[in-house]
Design a protein around this ligand. Structure first.
Ligand SMILES: Cc1cc2nc3c(=O)[nH]c(=O)nc-3n(C[C@H](O)[C@H](O)[C@H](O)COP(=O)(O)OP(=O)(O)OC[C@H]3O[C@@H](n4cnc5c(N)ncnc54)[C@H](O)[C@@H]3O)c2cc1C
Length: 495
């Protein structure tokens, strides 16, 4: 279906989840098959139009909806999930939203993916950039489970065609599969199919091809109110969280299966919250989770609740509906920054964050610093196994702001820059890959990284997102998209 200005759906189809960005393309192609995708790309390439690609529409930045986009290929209705016996893998289309992917995989086969919590994120962008959530210590990132992809690429004669590349492919096709698994969306072509099978999976039983869904998990919620919170307690809390992650790098269960997220909003949000969980059936699960929460809360005043057993699907549904505004409503404007960490924040970094979180001249309960436990299974995969390079960090921090009034853009983006710039002040404003930090997450794209006013580190943007994998990504780009048809501000450059 081709939608043009003036058509009924046009307004709906030129904006994603982030209301800050809007495009005004000549056409949006809402495609329902590989053939329609090939036709849409061919038409755009032959007429020299600038393309944008959308699946779930949850890009944080303007990588899809921007003023230069002349044609948008929208894959949101290409969204089936099924078992493909011939390929011994689950076939999942890019427009499938994570909630549907999880539900179908779980109800059909009792398996899952270790992806994000936000239900409406699309598999297309998520898997292309990595994809992590509360099961990441147990099962790695989503990109680790992509066995093959069908990609519509622009060919040298200005046309388009679909190719299939897999984990078993060698040469150029091997590079394409590898690049799609973490090299960032909108860069090499349009993925029209993902086949999902974990690394090392064997046999023909679908239930053995992806991580088994933990039937029940123990879920723990802990809170620390801002009232009376000192910089010292905050520092201790943050360093405890990071300290536990650093001391438990192994994927060995039960510790290796613990997932945790700690959200420190601006003090307008009243309290810091931590949610942690572990598969209930694992021997020692309950005491491991208790030790984790005790370790993090130690000396901080954090109130730790009881750990409650829940079915995994209940847990997922609950978590994905706790914050409908930031996860579901189409009213929010947002910005994000990210950092992979190997060592605990220094006291100076804690102080810088605490200053911003407790500022009196700024208030927003959805401006926040979010800590995710990482490492474990993620780090069992070699850095160059797929393009997603972050295999030596133990926790990830995202800096997020959500707001709804256009007139407030500057205030919230400014706060985000202040907190991030403060935390990484000692390394040029960004978490340079090295002893303590390990770059940024391409699925939390941050256009400021290109701006020497904010990134004074002298380290090029791609080193943060792709580390040592950038050279091979460029090789894949030169082979599969030499004309740079698929591009945005943070896509791999051919040269
Ligand atoms: C509220 C919210 C919560 C989030 N939570 C998490 C989380 O818990 N964990 C996590 O890892 N990430 C999370 N993310 C980030 C999310 O993983 C990325 O934004 C992801 O890229 C979104 O994918 P999408 O298909 O929905 O987005 P889109 O906006 O459709 O696309 C994102 C990027 O991928 C490209 N792309 C999309 N589809 C294709 C395709 N089929 N082929 C090639 N390129 C394509 C686009 O061109 C764009 O560059 C969250 C984002 C939001 C907004």
């Amino acid at each position: 279906m081709r939608v043009e200005p003036g058509d009924d759906q046009y307004d709906t189809l030129v904006v994603g989840f982030n209301q800050r960005y809007r495009a005004s393309p000549e056409a949006v192609h809402v495609v329902r098959s590989t053939e329609e995708t090939v036709a849409a790309v061919s038409e755009a390439v032959r007429s020299g139009k600038r393309l944008s690609v959308r699946s779930g529409g949850h890009c944080y930045a303007d990588l899809v909806y921007h003023p230069q986009a002349e044609v948008i290929v929208d894959l949101s209705l290409l969204n089936r999930v099924s078992w493909d016996g011939e390929r011994r893998a689950f076939l999942a289309e890019p427009g499938a939203q994570l909630t549907d992917v999880y539900e179908t995989l779980n109800r059909g086969w009792g398996v899952t993916l270790p992806g994000g919590l936000c239900p409406a994120v699309g598999l297309g962008g998520h898997a292309s950039g990595g994809g992590y959530g509360l099961l990441n210590r147990r099962n790695g990132v989503v990109a680790d489970h992509v066995a093959a992809v069908e990609v519509v690429v622009a060919d040298r004669r200005g046309g388009a065609r679909a190719v299939v590349a897999s984990r078993e492919s060698r040469g150029d096709l091997g590079d394409l599969w590898w690049a799609i698994c973490g090299g960032g969306g909108g860069t090499f072509g349009i993925v029209t199919r993902f086949w999902l099978r974990s690394r090392g999976a064997t046999g023909d039983d679908p239930r053995d091809q992806l991580p088994r869904t933990p039937e029940r998990v123990l879920v723990n919620a802990a809170t620390l109110p801002y009232e009376g919170l000192t910089e010292e307690s905050f520092t201790r809390l943050v360093r405890n969280f990071a300290g536990w992650c650093g001391e438990h790098p192994s994927a060995e269960p039960p510790e290796g299966a613990i997932g945790a997220i700690m959200i420190a909003p601006h003090k307008a949000g009243r309290q810091i919250q931590m949610l942690s969980l572990v598969e209930a059936a694992l021997p020692g699960a309950e005491s491991a989770l208790r030790e984790f929460t005790t370790y993090v809360a130690n000396g901080t005043g954090m109130q730790v609740g009881p750990s409650l057993p829940m079915r995994w699907d209940q847990t997922e549904r609950l978590l994905s509906s706790i914050e409908p505004r930031t996860m579901w409503h189409l009213t929010e404007r947002l910005a994000v920054k990210s950092a992979f960490h190997k060592t605990p924040w220094t006291p100076e970094q804690c102080a810088a964050a605490f200053r911003q979180l407790t500022r009196d001249d700024y208030a927003n309960d959805t401006s926040r610093v979010v800590f995710y436990a990482a490492g474990a299974q993620i780090n069992t995969v070699p850095e160059d196994a797929v393009a997603f390079p972050h295999r030596d960090s133990t926790y990830v921090v995202t800096y997020e702001s959500f707001w709804s009034q256009p007139g407030e853009d500057q205030a919230h983006v400014g706060w985000l820059r202040d907190v991030y710039g403060g935390v990484y002040a000692a390394t040029g404003g960004y978490p340079i890959p090295g002893k303590d930090t390990a770059g940024c997450y391409i699925n939390s794209p941050d256009p400021d990284i290109l701006d020497p006013e904010f990134n004074t580190s002298g380290v090029p943007w791609h080193a943060f997102y792709f580390g040592n994998n950038y050279a091979r990504l460029q090789r894949a780009k030169r082979r599969w998209d030499p004309g740079n048809v698929f591009r945005h501000s943070l896509s791999v450059r051919p040269d």
